[in-house]
Design a protein around this ligand. Structure first.
Ligand SMILES: C[S@@+](CC[C@H](N)C(=O)[O-])C[C@H]1O[C@@H](n2cnc3c(N)ncnc32)[C@H](O)[C@@H]1O
Length: 389
């Protein structure tokens, strides 16, 4: 075992030494002398022996024609995901809390004790629970994010059950070229989805505002603005800015609630409508299109951006904020995977590259097209409506 950054090597470490190393070295910064090894020749020999054992194992696997571990782990990756999803569906982390035995948890979640025990053990193996003297407790990350009593309870916003059922239709969707077995979403789904959008906006708005700037923006249109989170952040950053948030009528009550809570409802107007048709009005300094283009096809986006152009004041800007794929569309991985989420969950959605957005903006009449990359997988592609010459 090597502890970095100090580079202290402990030789012959046994499981029963772990508590002492954690307490002495990690907590108090004191080297556990009885295990520390600074004999360079012995360390080289030990490292060599480890390497030889590993190489021997790999040689045997290779000779037997066994598929590589990493490939098998990826293929079976759904198992760990399914364990967490089931834990969320059964609200395990609220039930385990600071500590509970198997029977107690099974009673709380109305499930079979034997099966509950197996699930709890697997969650412990995955590092989401601890197990001591037969009692299970949430690890800090599970306690904070996945339990009812958590400081940042994100259970509903994960939309996990929904995504699981969409993704289980991936094979059908690839065959059909579109989402298969799509069902209308209910009110609970909309509330959870908009809550997730709000949290994302709170995380990213600072970077977006830093990249776009707010001075000179008096009127902003937030197309498919969801929770209104970005408009709220823009309004807070510039006291002279007013924003119109356009979204589906079913989303409006939630967006209004966020605007009221942020105390900007006098400057952020929330309007119900259909962004896929009709004019957006005119005279906006900034038309912001965040996480909307990935819902639509190329032709739908071209048409949408044309209407964004008409909505911009001369000299005004459009800003597309979305996952930006590299030109060959194979990276970043999150964006390539998200394209498949759009395949299984929408009629014609996908993910696009900066070059695609730039060419659509150019066709719509925008000039000065450029991109900005705030930290994270999202990027901005910005175009300016030219002042008439
Ligand atoms: C992924 S969310 C993005 C929300 C917000 N722009 C953000 O970045 O946080 C997409 C939004 O587009 C809205 N939307 C989808 N189709 C729409 C339509 N035809 N008319 C109006 N809004 C629509 C959805 O209701 C949702 O709020």
């Amino acid at each position: 075992m090597v502890v970095y950054p100090e580079g202290i090597w402990y030789s012959g470490v046994q499981p029963e030494d772990a508590a002492e190393i954690v307490e002495e070295h990690f907590v108090h910064g004191r080297i556990v002398e009885r295990l520390a090894n600074s004999d360079a020749a012995a360390l080289r020999a030990e490292a060599g022996a480890h390497r030889d054992r590993m190489s021997e194992r790999l040689r045997r696997k290779d000779a037997a024609g066994t598929a590589p571990d990493q490939l098998l782990q990826t293929i079976r990756g759904f198992q760990e995901s399914r364990v967490i999803l089931t834990a969320l569906e059964l609200d395990i982390f609220s039930a385990t809390g600071n500590g509970a035995g198997t029977e107690e948890v099974a009673r709380r979640i109305h499930a079979d004790p034997r099966a509950t025990g197996m699930l709890l053990n697997a969650l412990t193996a995955m590092g989401l629970l601890t197990k001591r003297d037969g009692r299970f407790a949430d690890t800090p990350v599970a306690a904070r994010f996945l339990a009812a009593q958590g400081q940042n309870d994100v259970r509903a916003e994960l939309l996990s059950t929904e995504l699981w059922s969409f993704w289980s239709k991936l094979t059908d969707a690839v065959r059909a070229g579109t989402a298969v077995g799509y069902e209308a979403r209910d009110e609970d789904w909309t509330e959870a989805f908009i809550a997730a959008m709000y949290r994302g906006a709170m995380e990213r708005a600072g970077g977006v505002i830093g990249a776009l700037g707010v001075s000179g923006v008096r009127r902003m249109l937030d197309v498919g603005g969801g929770s209104g989170g970005y408009s709220i952040a823009f309004a807070k950053a510039n006291s002279e800015l007013t924003a119109d948030v356009l979204d589906l009528p079913t989303v409006i009550p939630y967006a209004r609630r966020y605007c009221a809570a942020a105390d900007v409802e006098d400057r952020v107007r929330v309007v119900g409508g259909d962004l896929s048709r009709g004019p957006f009005g005119a005279g906006y300094d900034l038309v912001f299109v965040s996480s909307v283009c990935h819902i639509f096809s190329e032709s739908q986006n071209r048409e949408l951006l044309q209407r964004c152009f008409e909505a911009c004041a001369p000299g005004g800007r459009v800003a597309i904020h979305d996952y930006l794929l590299e030109p060959d569309k194979t990276a970043p991985k999150t964006a390539a995977m998200f394209a498949l989420t759009m395949l299984v969950a929408t009629a014609e959605g996908s993910n696009y590259s900066e070059a695609e957005y730039s060419s659509w903006l150019s066709s719509a009449g925008f000039e000065g097209i450029h991109s900005v990359r705030p930290p994270g997988p999202f990027g901005l592609v910005v175009g300016v409506r030219p002042v008439a010459r």
